[in-house]
Design a protein around this ligand. Structure first.
Ligand SMILES: [Zn+2]
Ligand SMILES: [Zn+2]
Length: 417
């Protein structure tokens, strides 16, 4: 603890000497919202945490500086002073006895965001909370085009009102019944003269080892709250369905452990016709298998047989894939045409070295529909044409295949098996 404090003081001095612009430090704009400030802190504090950068002084310095920037910008008053008077203003404010800004030990601040005691504790010591798995579904076009989007999960977070102490006034007492151990040894008499020692949870503190006189009104003394949290989601072009995206230390938090990881399984939504143009492309109804796409196109009897047709299929990003046949080109029912490079983009992680972009194929299956109703005169004309040609060149498939003319009698007796 003392060592940690010394380290912190040492680092703080460095931070003050090389005062960087707080907004630049957090990588946010001057008009950043509270949420953006928190998000920037979450990302950067994990990145520069000393436990993750052993022996790297500049990372240590950044970790402390990021915490300081957060402390100043998250408080409306100190943010206003900083915006107007910069670092000097903040220094004066501290000295001039203005309302003291909430000043956190950077490790305490970190533990408020990620649980535990502010350390990752590689090599044991610090407990780690369970990972959390969620499914997020996006439409196929997002897998095709790539998209920056968001999703929200509800999770357990360290109560920010009491900063995870559970106490309204911040005062936590060691339980006098168990002496802070949370357990008590009790003697039970099994028979006269025969005792057994049993270790039991302390009934006064419920095994926590600590008691609180005035519980925090927000969390009721439980030190944690359930709250929604929104994360950014970067769907990369061609990501496979079911891909797992890990958000380090973003699972349930608790003062007793370091938050585990939030793991997102990226799934696709059922295709449905949307309201906006870009949601109404033919591509909305493409089916995907790996890097290939599949589509079923309907042809009329005339088209399949006589040719001379064109189809414009709108792909997932709005471009047109044109299909066509010249007069006389017959398409047999259920024929599959493979259109090269009109499938899914191949995910950059699966591309060979030196290749920037590649696509799978689009498989178009032709379904031919015959008319079930015809205009009377049309039927007459077709009939006479058919009759004419049947008489001239018609063949009976029954005869060609030498099929018997009537039913066949099966033998009565069964062979022994
Ligand atoms: Zn609380
Ligand atoms: Zn106790």
């Amino acid at each position: 603890m003392l060592l940690r404090l010394l380290l912190w003081i040492g680092l703080l001095t460095v931070a003050v000497l090389a005062a960087e612009d707080f907004y630049q430090l957090l990588g946010i704009k001057k008009d950043a919202s509270e949420r953006e400030i928190k998000k920037a802190y979450r990302n950067l504090s994990k990145k520069f945490h000393p436990d993750k950068n052993p022996g790297d002084d500049s990372a240590h310095h950044k970790f402390v500086a990021v915490a300081e920037a957060y402390d100043i910008l998250i408080d409306e008053e100190t943010r206003r002073i900083y915006d107007q008077y910069g670092h000097d203003g903040i220094e004066q404010h501290k000295r001039g006895g203005g309302r003291p800004a909430q000043h956190h030990d950077p490790f305490d601040l970190f533990s408020r965001f990620f649980g535990g005691s502010g350390h990752f504790g590689h090599g044991g010591g610090e407990r780690r909370g369970p990972n959390m798995e969620v499914r997020v579904a996006v439409p196929l076009r997002d897998f095709y085009n790539g998209r920056q989007t968001e999703f929200t999960v509800e999770k357990q977070a360290v109560c920010s009102a009491c900063e995870g102490s559970g106490s309204e006034d911040g005062y936590v007492e060691t339980c006098d019944l168990c002496g802070g151990r949370g357990v008590r040894i009790q003697r039970q008499q099994l028979a006269p003269g025969l005792f057994q020692q049993v270790q039991a949870h302390c009934e006064k503190c419920g095994g926590k080892g600590k008691t609180i006189k005035h519980p925090c009104p927000v969390c009721g003394g439980s030190r944690v709250v359930r709250e929604p949290e929104t994360h950014e989601l970067h769907v990369e072009k061609g990501m496979p369905r079911g891909v797992r995206i890990t958000y380090e230390n973003e699972a349930d938090e608790s003062p007793d452990w370091v938050a585990g990881d939030l793991v997102v399984h990226l799934m696709d939504t059922e295709p449905q016709m949307g309201q906006q143009d870009h949601e109404r492309t033919d591509g909305t109804f493409f089916r995907r298998r790996g890097k290939d796409l599949f589509w079923r196109e309907i042809l009329s009897l005339r088209e399949a047989w006589m040719g001379d047709w064109t189809r414009n299929i709108t792909h997932l990003d709005g471009h047109i894939v044109q299909l066509s046949r010249k007069r006389g080109d017959v398409v047999q029912p259920n024929t599959v045409e493979v259109v090269e490079n009109e499938g899914m983009p191949i995910w950059h992680q699966q591309l060979p070295d030196g290749v920037d972009e590649a696509f799978g194929n689009l498989h178009v299956e032709y379904v031919v529909v015959l008319p079930d109703q015809m205009d009377k005169s049309m039927e007459k004309e077709f009939w006479s044409v058919w009759e004419k040609w049947r008489k001239k060149k018609g063949v009976s498939l029954d005869q060609e295949n030498k099929r018997p003319e009537g039913p066949i009698k099966m033998p009565d007796d069964h062979d022994e098996l």
